[in-house]
Design a protein around this ligand. Sequence first.
Ligand SMILES: [Zn+2]
Ligand SMILES: [Zn+2]
Length: 324
Amino acid sequence: MIENIPNPGLLCNSGIEQLNFSWQIVIDTLKLLKSAQDQGELYDWQIDEFWRSSRRNLLSAYAQVFQGVELIIKGKIAEVSPYILIDNLVEKTKGCANPEKNPKGKKVSIDFSEFKTIQESELLNVYMGVSDCVLEQSFIERYEKMRKMRNKIMHLEIQGFETPDKLKELANEIIENILCMFNTLMPNKKWMDCRATSISGSPSEMLYMLDSNVSPHFDLCEEFKILIDTLPPKLVKEFFGFNKKNRLYCCPKCLVKSDAGACDFVDLKFAYLTSKEPGETKLTCPLCGNTVEVFRMSCSDRECKGSVCYDGYCLTCLEGYFKL
Ligand SMILES: [Zn+2]
Ligand SMILES: [Zn+2]
């Protein structure tokens, strides 16, 4: 018999962990640059050097996404049957029933890890062949591109990705690959929920717990804002369903959940009115998914052009949020 058969759920979770790992590398890169820029103006050459020195991290992150995807697909195949993952069953079990090799007809036990599992180039064929999943051509092409590039990164000295522009594109591509792969393979889960779980269990969060001013949700909001600012409008629309050129507001629910100083939160605007109708009062947050009823009136701060309020405060500048 085969022992230590992989658990489909654990395989998928390990895959998601790998995606989180890559995602974190990209987000940390973007955060680092942003915080340096917030502290003072950087020279162009400094920013260029910053991107060049992030090259290795980003290439590793790219490769890691593929490893994660591979594990998730293996988990999906294992949901049908983990035995399908075995590539050399006949070869490995040869002789089990042969009186010469197993004269007493003893019970055979083989550890799952001793088998060869199917190659990553065959994973999609097998997955589509044994399940009822439908994969779009664009997904299959993306998977193949990622697979080939992962092999180059791991086994060869990869050429290209030397210029800052190419490296910025690479960072975006990692994000896009993660979102695209995750949304297709895990249609019942939301990526930002996985991020919330990953952030609240991260080592840095364990240290921040000592500092009661920072909540994991605040970090999640910060990350989401950086993401929205970085991704091209087309991808923000595709993955998060809104036009980033629209006027954006603070989300009252995220504000409460973040338990953050409101002043910090002024920068974290990503909620939007559900239509362009004048007087629209429904505000949706792409991060927490809540839709709230807002009140339309001009902000009492004359400098602020906001006209979307909630519970007596302005969702553009947070004027009125601090009540004495
Ligand atoms: Zn929210
Ligand atoms: Zn205001």
